[in-house]
Design a protein. Structure first.
Length: 301
């Protein structure tokens, strides 16, 4: 197979491992810098060029689109879809996952466990939405934040109102969520591939940081997940429409609650924590499912 990966940094662990796994199984995998792909829109002839050459004859695309270039990256991915190339995660599904508000609304619609979440446009409604999530304390998140950036724990009504009013005064969109104190600064990352949890790790924040992101100095170890956690992760992936994703959950007193569904999950932490070759699992899924013209979103814009 000839596989394209949309990624800006070919040196990242996840990208190196996926390339190694693909080549070990006899495939060709080319890493394309997403921002250097040019979209050429013409009736009946959607094409892409890269460094002056037309991109063609790929059997599959693995999108690893950074959050900072989501809009452009999805435009490039849609162009591949319009050419009929099979994509590991489709543009519509990635778009859902990158919009934190939309993803929470979708998961809530299908009864998947979530922390209490509130959203308002008017900064004068700060106290109302804090009380709606049974705070303080509350967690305040930027809708566009990633890897723990733009996440604030406000422990008093005064501090929570100040943060909300400051963000909204700067015209920044935020979510306000219930603080799950019993999680103790740890969360569960379950990697879902093809509707199955193939690995899970427990992450703990550094020191007294309530954020457990490994990029922020957190630690990870293999996790034994419960049937409820496994079911929640699989359901979240299915409802978002993602073939491969990382589902981040907290262990609350009323069961697992989903914090985020990540459409481009890093595999370094989870491979090292579990000792599993998860890159090969992903490539095997590509082998079994990649077929020209199978893209569901083909032609939908």
């Amino acid at each position: 197979m000839r596989i394209a990966m949309l990624a800006r940094n070919p040196q990242l662990y996840s990208h190196v491992r996926l390339k190694e796994a693909a080549e070990a199984r006899g495939h060709s995998l080319e890493i394309l810098n997403t921002t250097r792909c040019n979209v050429n829109i013409a009736s009946h002839r959607p094409t892409l060029t890269y460094n002056g050459k037309t991109l063609a004859d790929y059997d599959a695309v693995i999108p690893r689109i950074g959050a900072s270039i989501t809009h452009y990256g999805l435009a490039v991915l849609r162009q591949f879809e319009m050419q009929g190339v099979w994509c590991l995660n489709e543009s519509v599904a990635i778009g859902r996952s990158r919009d934190k508000l939309r993803s929470m609304q979708i998961l809530a619609k299908y009864g998947i466990g979530l922390p209490l979440t509130a959203y308002a446009n008017d900064p004068k409604a700060a106290e109302e939405i804090i009380k709606a999530v049974k705070g303080p304390p509350v967690v305040i998140k930027l809708l566009e934040g990633t890897q723990g950036i733009g996440v604030v724990l406000a422990e008093t009504m005064t501090s929570a109102k100040s943060v909300i009013e400051a963000f909204r005064g700067a015209n920044v969109n935020i979510l306000v969520q219930e603080f799950i104190a019993e999680a103790g600064g740890t969360d569960i990352r379950a990697l879902v591939v093809g509707g199955k949890v193939v690995g899970a790790m427990k992450r703990k924040g550094a020191g007294d940081d309530f954020r457990s992101n490994l990029h922020r100095g957190g630690s990870a170890e293999v996790a034994r997940i419960t049937p409820a956690e496994r079911s929640t992760a699989v359901s979240a992936a299915r409802r978002m429409g993602l073939n491969v994703c990382g589902v981040d959950m907290l262990r609350s007193n009323h069961g697992p609650v989903v914090m985020e569904v990540n459409s481009s999950p890093g595999i370094e932490g989870i491979e090292k924590a579990t000792g599993k070759d998860l890159a090969t699992v992903i490539i095997q899924f590509v082998e079994q499912n990649a077929k020209m013209g199978r893209t569901k979103t083909k032609g939908k814009g």
